[in-house]
Design a protein around this ligand. Structure first.
Ligand SMILES: [Zn+2]
Length: 566
């Protein structure tokens, strides 16, 4: 957990030495790669801007001016001329259900970043044609109809019948509602004037006055689940290709590391294989551990906790947290306005959390609503007296309804905040459900000003979209996808970037390796097509990585493709 200290000391020695370049030349082989003539946003503690960076193997060895880096070059050093482009550290999402997504990704019609309804429909039509009659066309969240700036309307059954008459179509909008066409309704056994099929939440299947299903399934996560559960996953022999497409999409978006709640064993196995072959293009930090769904399961979970072993991996794949649930009945729903944690439930929560503290394990726990956060903090303060958690980085995740007082309590406990603004796509729903209170969900400025260690993520791929530049745009402008202002507590673009890089490196226990462009750290970085620091705020969401690097390996390269095309 606290390893790599000798390296950190060596790094400090290098950067503080006036003759750093000369020393490097004398002691180390020449860099393999130099990126020069750019704007290197290092995101170090002083937010230093440099011109060039030198990489040897998987690590950054020097940062400075283009001339300084050129002096380090040897005969085999490759140089990339950045032509003035901006470079930032590889982006880290501290909470994305990435491995689960691999089981459907290749089959999903993803609409992350699609801003036109017309384009979305064209994609739908093309997918129906590509898969052929009778095959499902679907997505599982990550979008909202409000992102379509040309025509922000929900889909109707009749419209989907027209677009894809021969395919069952299921379009899941976040975890809020699902749009189905007639063939999908038929496949799911949802009929006019008949009882609902088993598994569906009462009232979630919307029907017109005559009892005919409209094609809309609406509610919270439990309402959407029975549909998602019936959709075909990728075949076992296609899982690797699906995972590859997923990681390529993440690299294209600028992501190089992800905190992952629930690391599916079958997908993890593929990632382990790629790691052994030196071609794992994203770093995976698992948040895993069994939650008790009811009082009967508590004993079983208590017995498992002492056997949990974290930090047995490395900077590519590791288990780092127990989470993201402790006790199911206290897992806040997504769109509930208020929670009511009962003493009985909190007693069970406390028994499990105490065992986690006693075992010395970090905990990353789903906590969303004000009363739930308060109740958890009451328990944690009590646990902390018996089993101090100060060095364990206990983290509350999502925290949309957190306030200054709660942040203060967390700070005193040495806790962290993993912030995932669901409003990026759910802002419209949240304003309808929570009223004006949604303007402070999450209270980003309060969180930033509290001085707590916190980081940005998405909670994608269903609850939210996955593109980090959309999250950064939201944090800076308070606008959701589609452009509607939904948040008043915005932060500076520097603070937003720090929260998506350096601060997140703490949330994945990799602060010695990741999060900034500094000598000694792993060479994870992203070259951008526009300057994040000076582009109009409205355009942050349209920034596109042109090159993404993980551990010194180029994993996405539009620069070279562009040059070849010219
Ligand atoms: Zn969660």
């Amino acid at each position: 957990m606290s390893g790599v200290k000798p390296r950190a000391l060596r790094v400090i020695a290098i950067v503080t030495c006036a003759a750093a370049a000369a020393m490097l030349q004398a002691q180390q082989p020449a860099p393999d790669l130099i990126l020069s003539n750019g704007k290197i946003v290092t995101v170090d503690d002083r937010f230093t801007i440099a011109q060039a960076v030198a990489i040897q193997g998987d690590r950054i060895v020097a940062v400075g001016t283009s001339e300084e880096m050129a002096r380090l070059a040897g005969t085999n050093t490759r140089t990339i001329d950045l032509a003035g482009r901006t470079v930032i550290p590889g982006l880290i999402d501290n909470h994305m259900h990435l491995l689960r997504a691999a089981t459907t990704w290749q089959k999903e019609l993803r609409w992350d970043g699609v801003e036109s309804r017309k384009q979305a429909i064209e994609m739908l039509r093309a997918r129906a044609k590509a898969v052929g009659p009778g095959e499902w066309v679907y997505n599982i969240g990550g979008w909202t109809h409000q992102q379509f700036t040309d025509d922000p309307r929900p889909f109707t059954r009749e419209e989907l019948d027209q677009i894809a008459p021969e395919n069952p179509v299921s379009l899941q909008e976040s975890y809020y509602q699902v749009f189905l066409n007639s063939r999908a309704l038929q496949a799911l056994g949802i009929e006019a004037n008949a009882t609902d099929p088993p598994g569906f939440v009462k009232g979630s299947i919307k029907r017109d006055a005559s009892g005919r299903p409209t094609g809309v399934i609406q509610g919270d996560i439990p309402a959407t689940r029975p549909v998602a559960a019936k959709l075909p996953k990728v075949a076992p022999d296609q899982l690797e290709a699906s995972a590859q497409a997923l990681i390529q999409d993440m690299n294209r978006a600028g992501l190089t590391s992800v905190g992952v709640p629930g690391c599916n064993a079958d997908v993890l196995e593929i990632f382990q294989k790629w790691k052994a072959e030196n071609r794992l293009n994203i770093r995976i930090f698992c948040i895993d551990g069994a939650a008790a769904a009811n009082p009967e399961q508590v004993e079983r979970v208590l017995a498992q906790i002492p056997k949990t072993k974290l930090f047995q991996g490395d900077s590519y794949i590791d288990n780092i947290f127990y989470g993201e649930s402790v006790y199911g009945p206290l897992h806040d729903p997504m769109f509930a306005v208020k929670s009511n944690p009962t003493p009985d439930q909190l007693l069970e929560w406390r028994r499990i959390a105490t065992e986690i503290a006693k075992a010395g394990l970090p905990l990353h726990v789903h906590a969303e609503l004000h009363d739930t956060i308060d109740a958890f903090l009451d328990q944690i303060e009590a646990i902390n007296k018996e089993y101090p958690i100060k060095s364990l980085r206990w983290t509350l995740a999502h925290v949309n309804q957190i306030n200054a007082e709660q942040l203060d309590r967390m700070k005193k406990l040495g806790m962290y905040a993993a912030v995932h603004p669901w409003a990026v796509i759910n802002g419209g729903i949240m304003h309808a459900e929570f009223g004006d209170g949604a303007y402070d969900m999450p209270p980003l400025r309060t969180i930033q000003n509290s001085g707590i260690q916190w980081g940005l993520g998405t909670d994608g791929t269903a609850a939210n979209q996955t593109h980090p530049f959309m999250t950064l745009y939201f944090a800076v402008t308070g606008r959701m996808v589609g452009g509607t202002k939904v948040l008043r507590q915005t932060i500076s673009r520097e603070d937003a970037l720090i929260a998506h890089t350096r601060k997140n490196s703490y949330l994945v226990f990799q602060e010695d390796n990741l999060g900034s462009i500094q000598p000694g750290k792993l060479a994870d970085l992203v070259v951008l097509d526009q300057d994040y620091l000076t582009v109009p705020a409205e355009d942050i969401k349209h920034i596109k990585p042109v090159l993404t690097m993980v551990g010194g390996r180029i994993v996405y390269d539009a620069l070279r493709a562009g040059q070849a095309a010219r």
